[in-house]
Design a binder for this molecule. Structure first.
Ligand SMILES: [Zn+2]
Ligand SMILES: [Zn+2]
Length: 533
């Protein structure tokens, strides 16, 4: 009889569930699969299918995050060195889509006639809104009518210190120039850029400021908050400068000093001096009300006035200016709240299609995509933790958007106000520690990059896999899919779903290895090789 193991021995044994989860992850399986019930409409057969969760963060699901990263790399690769224009022609609308648009047109006409006759248009407006939703659901992009113009027109005068750029009309071309070498060989170089924010004070190799008191945390916070808008502006300027519809694939990441920076793959190329000129001329002005003086600290916060739906100054009993009123009060001689610019340091290199450089740059571009912004550089020292803390403090009371609760602190009623807003407690993502002020998308891809959406790239991958395995695609109309909820009799608890994932992945691996061996004319190799996908 085997002796009973001691407590220490028992604790040192691996936990069965951990082993299953690790095995699922090791085989590239999702560790938090969603259970779907698939019914075959021809045979009536019901099957339980664990479907990947699709999360993009490795801390949540390593396999799904890695798959998402690989897909981004494929997207980046396909678009970077295109030598023919991507074809983006919208498909023809089908009969049902046309019928809905016709119905929508009639409704609009009735509504406008009623309006002209001074009748109530409420019901017809509702009907129009319902039809708009149906039109969207039927697979039509955009709206039949442009959204109501809510844009405010304000002074966009150039600042004195921003040099003007030559402006060329932008042609619809999206691919770069071709060069011919003396020996007749042609090549079409593309570009890899790294752009950083300006300096906020000297920092050491560990990313922390030499003198924390002299480090400009407020400007760091504001640059991070408006980083996406600044990048937009850069692309506009670049397109006007080069005179064609320049395309990009960019990834936003933090530097060690916790300021965002950008890796950008650009199709086509321009000279360093030209790039420097465009960068110097690129800025984004934030025309928001002033937020320099604290008018209402936490002990004297504005109070909500239910009857009017507005906030009052507790001392005077007067309404705070609304967002629009505060904007209108910005005079012609006022300065913008903030001017975001890139720093003078940048890196630019030419990259040729299919080169080792190209692969290395795609590696950089996708390296950190499976991590939350703040997790890219975990604080290892007290100085780093203190630096992150001070940036977090600066971001806490910085207004992140027109609707930010922090405006109350500066005596302005935020846009779309409601009861219970408290400065320092805005729920906007930008204030959260894990975002470091940048709450935008991590990957910014222009519309005509590869001419494909991420879903298209996913479908490509699937098609390749089916072809490799020698399978034909199932007719989608043959099956119905339903989510299985915990109350259902066929619901599987997470641990059971994971076992299915492990079994599926093993079968699938074996099939793929065999298919590959067949393709290369070898015998089946029973090894861990071919762990891709
Ligand atoms: Zn997953
Ligand atoms: Zn906010």
């Amino acid at each position: 009889m085997t002796p009973r193991p001691t407590r220490a021995q028992r604790l040192s044994m691996p936990l069965a569930r951990d082993v299953v989860r690790d095995l699922a992850a090791e085989h590239g399986g999702c560790i938090r699969p969603v259970q779907l019930r698939r019914t075959d409409l021809h045979t009536g057969q019901v099957e339980q299918v664990p479907v990947p969760c699709g999360h993009t963060l490795a801390t949540v699901c390593p396999s799904c995050a890695e798959r998402a990263r690989t897909l981004r790399a494929a997207q980046c690769r396909e678009g970077w060195h295109l030598d023919t224009e991507p074809v983006i022609t919208p498909g023809q609308p089908d009969d049902v889509q046309q019928m809905r648009i016709e119905h929508r047109a009639q409704t609009q006409q009735h509504r406008d006639q009623a309006d002209a006759a001074g009748q109530d248009t409420g019901e017809l407006d509702e009907l129009a809104a319902e039809l708009d939703e149906e039109i969207t659901r039927s697979g039509i992009r955009g709206n039949v009518l442009p959204a109501r113009p809510a844009r405010r027109h304000r002074s966009t005068r150039r600042r004195q210190d921003a040099p003007d750029l030559p402006r060329r009309p932008v042609t619809p071309r999206t691919i770069g120039k071709t060069y011919t070498a003396p020996d007749g060989a042609t090549f079409r170089p593309s570009m890899f850029l790294t752009l950083t924010c300006d300096s906020y004070g000297k920092v050491g190799p560990d990313g922390t400021p030499a003198s924390p008191d002299a480090y400009d945390y407020q400007r760091a916070a504001r640059d991070a908050l408006h980083f996406a808008a600044l990048f937009d502006r850069l692309i506009q300027n670049l397109r006007r400068f080069v005179g064609y519809d320049l395309q990009y694939f960019a990834a936003v990441e933090p530097q060690k000093r916790l300021a965002p920076h950008l890796h950008v793959a650009i199709r086509g190329t321009l000279a360093r001096a030209e790039l420097r000129q465009v960068l110097a001329a690129t800025y984004h002005q934030v025309w928001w009300p002033p937020a320099e003086f604290v008018r209402h600290d936490d002990a004297h916060l504005p109070v909500w006035h239910e009857a009017s739906g507005r906030y009052l100054d507790p001392a005077t009993g007067e309404f705070l200016p609304t967002w629009d009123e505060a904007l209108d009060a910005i005079g012609p001689d006022d300065e913008p709240l903030h001017v975001a610019r890139f720093g003078p340091t940048f890196d630019a290199q030419g990259v040729l299609a299919g080169s080792r450089d190209s692969a290395r740059c795609i590696g950089y571009l996708t390296k950190y995509l499976t991590k939350q912004i703040a997790d890219c550089h975990q604080a290892q020292t007290d100085a780093q933790a203190a630096h992150a803390g001070r940036l977090g403090d600066a971001l806490r009371y910085e207004p992140c958007s027109p609707a930010c609760a922090n405006w109350l602190r500066f005596g302005v009623q935020p846009k779309n106000p409601r009861e219970g807003l408290r400065p320092g407690r805005c729920t906007g993502k930008a204030h959260r520690r894990e975002y470091l002020g940048y709450a935008g998308r991590r990957v910014l891809v222009s519309r005509k990059w590869s001419g494909k959406t991420l879903a298209d790239h996913r479908a490509d991958r699937r098609a390749w896999l089916m072809a490799t395995l020698g399978l034909s695609a199932a007719d989608p109309a043959r099956y119905t899919w339903e989510p299985v909820t915990p109350g259902d009799p066929d619901h599987m608890p997470p641990a059971q779903r994971l076992l299915h994932v492990v079994a599926d992945r093993q079968k699938w691996h074996a099939a793929l290895t065999e298919a590959r061996a067949r393709a290369s004319g070898q015998d089946t190799i029973r090894s861990a090789a071919g762990r891709a996908a």
